[in-house]
Ligand binder design. Structure first.
Ligand code: ADP
Ligand code: MG
Length: 246
């Protein structure tokens, strides 16, 4: 494993009006790890990741990519840093094809002509690499939620993303689809991608994660590595008191 984190978020704060959604949050993510981000509803997980993806700007704090300070002021900046966030709400254009979605904003054109065949071929190659069962020419609206997620992952691969954030990706999946997604996430991890996996489901975190960081009320509580995972300790970190008091 590399000795430089692919991502460090330091002392991140985010204020909405007068409300601190995040306060002094740190997060360190290594290449080739699945890093679970846990916390109760409202803990600030999505807000932290929206800052990483350039959808929100942090009120204060610092982000380092490969050990270098990196200002993320827009989704474009995040993309350039190799960061893809797959939101809870899908971000695809339903009326466009899979290939059009994968290439959205980065269409191949020569002499003013969009090279449709070439884009379809490249998109299909990425889809096949994922082992997905749809075609590059299918319209996104006819795909299942799980397949739409695969399109988003295909887009991340196409963009050479090195940090993939998934925000509660299994919320709308069947157990079979969840199993397939986990296989894919593990494969991407083994290829060196860093995956930030937001969840409040203990079983998923146990199955997948190499490390877990916990937020509570907008604050960073701590991290546990896989060998130190302990359900009652995690619950205590998430809710701030032992399981026996609940
Ligand atoms: P989580 O993803 O951990 O459930 P969020 O990051 O969505 O939590 O929200 C953290 C807190 O910030 C919540 O109290 C939420 O209501 C608040 N919040 C999130 N986004 C906004 C916003 N755009 N405007 C105002 N408050 C927000
Ligand atoms: Mg959330």
């Amino acid at each position: 494993m590399s000795n430089t984190p692919v991502l460090e978020m330091r002392n991140i704060a985010k204020v909405f009006g007068k409300f601190y959604a995040l306060k002094g949050v740190d997060l360190t993510v290594w290449p080739g790890e699945i890093h679970a981000l846990m916390g109760e509803n409202g803990a600030g997980k999505s807000t932290l990741m929206k800052i990483l993806a350039g959808a929100y700007s942090a009120t204060s704090g610092e982000i380092l990519i490969d050990g270098q300070p990196y200002a993320i002021k827009s989704p474009k900046d995040a993309l350039a840093a190799g960061i893809t966030l797959i939101y809870q709400e899908m971000q695809l254009a339903p009326n466009l094809t899979v290939a059009e979605n994968i290439f959205l904003g980065s269409e191949i054109a020569r002499g003013g002509l969009v090279q449709r065949k070439e884009m379809v071929a490249q998109a299909q190659a990425v889809i096949d690499r994922l082992g997905a069962n749809f075609n590059a020419t299918d319209r996104v609206m006819k795909l299942t939620i799980a397949e739409q997620q695969q399109v988003e992952i295909a887009r991340a691969l196409h963009r050479n993303s090195r940090i993939l954030v998934m925000d509660e990706p299994t919320a709308a999946l069947s157990s079979r689809e969840t199993h397939r997604l986990f296989e894919l996430i593990l494969r991407l991890r083994d290829e060196g991608m860093a995956i930030i996996y937001i969840s409040h489901r203990m079983a998923e975190v146990y199955e997948l994660s190499d490390r877990v960081s916990v937020l509570r009320d907008g604050q960073y509580v701590g991290s546990l590595t896989r060998d130190k995972l302990n359900a009652s300790e995690l619950v205590r970190m998430m809710v701030g008191r032992p399981l026996s008091d609940l």
